[in-house]
Structures are given as structure tokens and as C-alpha cells.
Design a protein around this ligand. Sequence first.
Ligand code: ARG
Length: 575
Amino acid sequence: MNTSSLLTDLAKEAFEKAGVGEYPVILQAAKNPQFGDYQINGVMPAAKKTQQNPRELAEKVIQFLDKKNIIQSLEVAGPGFINIRLDNQYLNQQVNLALQDSRLSIKPSLKGEKVVIDYSSPNLAKEMHVGHLRSTIIGDSLNRIYQFMGADVVPQNHVGDWGTQFGMLVTYLIEQEQKSESEFILSDLEGFYRQAKQKFDEDEAFANRARENVVRLQHNDPEILKYWRKFVETSIEHIQAVYERLGVLLTRDDIFGESEYNDELPKIVNSLLEKGVAVDDNGTKLVYLENLRDENDQPGVFIVQKKDGGYLYATTDFACLKTNIQDHHATHFIYVVDSRQSLHFKSLFDISERAGWLPDSVLAEHVAFGTMMGQDGKPFKTRTGGTVKLIDLLDEAVHRATELIQDKNPDLTTEEVNQIAEVVGIGAIKYADLSKNRLSDYIFNWDRMLSFEGNTAPYLQYAYARINSLLARSELEPKEFIVEFAYQEPLEQQLAVLLLQFEEVLLQVIDSNNPHYLANYLYQLATLFSRFYEAYDVLKAPDETKLARLGLSDLTGRTLKQGLDLLGINVLKRM
Ligand code: ARG
């Protein structure tokens, strides 16, 4: 149910009748509930354009505005805003409808859309590190939200499993295997990479063998492929273990690595050349980007094949995009990748359009994000300046949460503590990230993210547990909360209004691909609920009032649970 679009339709009709139908209504949720629940802001600009007195025009719009059973009152404010107060019975009916629906009345409005979401996508040469965190959790949240809104989502983990580094790794693996040390050595991928790299840098003969093996790999030499597969397999086991710990949805079936498109690459380059999109510049195949000029106003250059015949990371992306549109009929692409690759994606989309692979009907978006910073304001590193392994970060979060939970609640058994700490620790890391606008850098702060106060996962998880215990103490069945009741108290009304805005918020996330709108909504909901709970009796209130208040509490709890789930965060009934 979407009150905002209902109100917009009613206001549009009134604008038409008042003779300003061509101007936008501009409806917003009110900032200050004292004056109303929603506000129409479109009268002033319309009055200006038609040279009318804005307050008079506002009065006229109000006369024509059909309140139905939705609006209780309308009022002109300031220079020509119109404040809308929703009808209390309407609010109660909508709350009751949401309570009877497992989807909380949210329409799956993206039915029929096929959305490819490329996220996580680490390079398999090394272990996952903190640099992979943001793509993984922002992408996973978008995956959940698009699915919930009815889209057919195809998650794609475009892992880096191809290229020159793999020649080096495979060569090292072959040579270690001959010394029969590989089993041991692959158990530490990071160490393995370091040693291979060192050998590559120091041993010219080894480096040459590695280069030969890259070529053999590119020609699908079965012997080399065998070792390549072994390496990739080990690495995939590692990333899947991280995903499981982190609670993200990605499975092995979602892996579509760079290597997958190997056979397509010559066709891609030929096709770009034939279409005149790419040119052959002394053996290098490249595309000039007239629309993407550099600081000296020179067209950008995008290489699709190197002089030595080698292909690049970039070429793979064409094959991937083309396959997804032609074979899988994708209608929307979302690439959740670091802001630093924004030129790559601009070029990719521009060239794909020119080549006819990306029709206007398909939306392609680069969902960029900033960097996770340490306390010193520089990219997050270990104390000694090394990269932090993702799995170590998760372990530390759970470890810190364990201590907090033990302190807070010494009566819990070890098993209970561990269970809560896992949910709180992982949730805290995810929420700290998802609650920020993805485009900005943010400072990673253990104490803040694990605090039970403020805009944090533990605060929201705790709010959920509290509501759950309230409902349990009522000793009533949730269906008994569904009563006809016109809310009397301001905080009852405000809570109902906010609860009914869940769908609007989800649509805002879809529009912007920014889950922080959802996070902030949940925080607002939890704080409003706590004010409501402090202000009024629930269990001690008289019959109907008690049931209606329990209904509001139940819907708050379910909205928190659903909302957190869409962020990939778990809740517990007891904490
Ligand atoms: N593997 C790449 C990296 O680590 C990210 C891939 C993003 N996805 C894509 N389709 N290009 O930088």
C-alpha cells in the first residue's frame, strides 16, 4: 500500500480542476508531524508560472481535493504549502491490512523485470580482504530488495579468475606440486601468492615460464587448465566460506568469472572493428571515446585488445553484458563496484550502446561506492599497514560482540552468548556500512558500530527483541490485535503513518540504489516506537486501546525484522 501515490493522484486531480494540471504536485512526507503527515509543495511554483497568488491557489486546490476516506483535514500553511492530515480510521484499516499480510501490504511492483546484479566479484588470486566488503554487502542488500519487490534477480559474481597473474600462480603451483608441497601451501592462499610473486620478481627463468603458461592457458592447454582449475577451486572454497559467515546470498552457481567469456573475446573485438566502433591502431585494437574526454579535451581511449593479442578485463565485460541481454533477456544491469572504476563503466556503457548491444530499453547502472577508512582517515589497514583479511575482520567483530554481550548479560550460557554475538557482530559491520550513503567514504569505528545506542545494528536488533518480549507478555494471538480503532494519541498516529511508509522507502531505495534510506527509516521507526512505548501504557491500557497498541507494536516488530532482513541482517527473539 502506497499512501503517497494515492495522495499524489488525488492532488493531481485537484490541480487539474484548479487549472494548473500541467504542474507537478510535489508531495512529501511532512518533516514536522505537528502540522500534518504529508505536504503538497507544488502550489508555489505553479502559482508563479501562472501569475496567481499562491495562497489563493492553495485554497482553490483544497476546495477541489477529494478527501475520500483517506484525508482527515487539509490546511494552507506559510506561503502556499498544503498540509495533509490522514484520517485515523484509514490509518487503522491500513495497519490492519498490513498485519494480515506476510508481505506487509508491499506490492511486488518490479514483477517482469530481470535484473542482473554484479557484486562482490573479487579476484581469485588472493584472499578476500576488507576492500571487498562494501560491494559484497551493498550488492547483497540490493539483491534482496529487488527480489522482494518482485524482480527476477540474477546475481553475478564476476570473479577475476583469468589473466597474467594466473600464469604465475599456476607455474608456481606446478613446481611446488613437483616438490609435493601444494596441499599445504594452498591452505594459505595469501602466502602462496606472496611466494609466487617473489619468485616471479626474482627469478627471470621462472617469470618466462609463467609468461609461456599464460599463453598456454589462453589456448586451453589441458595440462595447464588442470592446475588452473585446482587453484581456482581452492580460492572459490575460500570465498564461499566468507559468504556463509557473512550471511550473503551468493552461491557457487552465481559465479560467472572472467574466464567464462574467453571464447567470446575474439568475436567481440571483430564485431567492434566491423561496426567501425573500434579501430586498429598499429596492432592495438581500441575505441576512441568522443563523449568522454580527458582534462586536455582529448577523447578517451579504451583498449579492447593489446598489440600482443592479449585481451583485457575490459573486453570481458562486453561479452558478459551482451550475453546477459541476448541470452538471458536482462532488462536492468547493476554493477556494484568501487567508484574508482567509474570511467571503466561509463566507457563500457557508451561503447555497448554504439555497438548496438545495449538498447535504450535496458537500463545499465554503475552503483559506485566510496572507501572504508581507518580511524586515521586513510584506507583501512592493519596496524602494520597490511591489508586486512575479510575473515579476520569478521572474527574480530564477533569477538568484540561476545565481550559486550557477556558484560551486558552475565546470566546467559556460553552457547547463548555465542549465538547472540555472531548475529550482533556481523550485523554491526553490515549495518555500519549500509547506513551510510554509499557514495561517501566512511570511517570504520568498532565502538560506534557495536554500541547499543544510536543508529546501529545492535540498537535495532535490541528494539526488535524488546517488542517481541512485549508481545509474548500479552499472551494474546497476533490476530487478536486486528481491531477497529481510531487512533487518538499523536504518537499512535505518527507511528501508524511511519509504518505505512515502508513501501515508499523501498521504492526510494530502488530508485537510488542506496540502501541507507532503508537503514535510516528503520532507525527512525525504532526511535519513534520507543517514544510511543515510553509515553503510553500498552498492556495496562483498556481493551480496544490495548489491542490496537499491540497491533502497532507487532507491525513495528515485523517491519524491523523484514527491513533488517532486506539489509542482510538477522534478528533474535531474545537478546
Ligand atoms: N574483479 C574486479 C576487481 O576486483 C571487479 C569486477 C567488477 N565487475 C565487473 N563486471 N567488471 O576489481
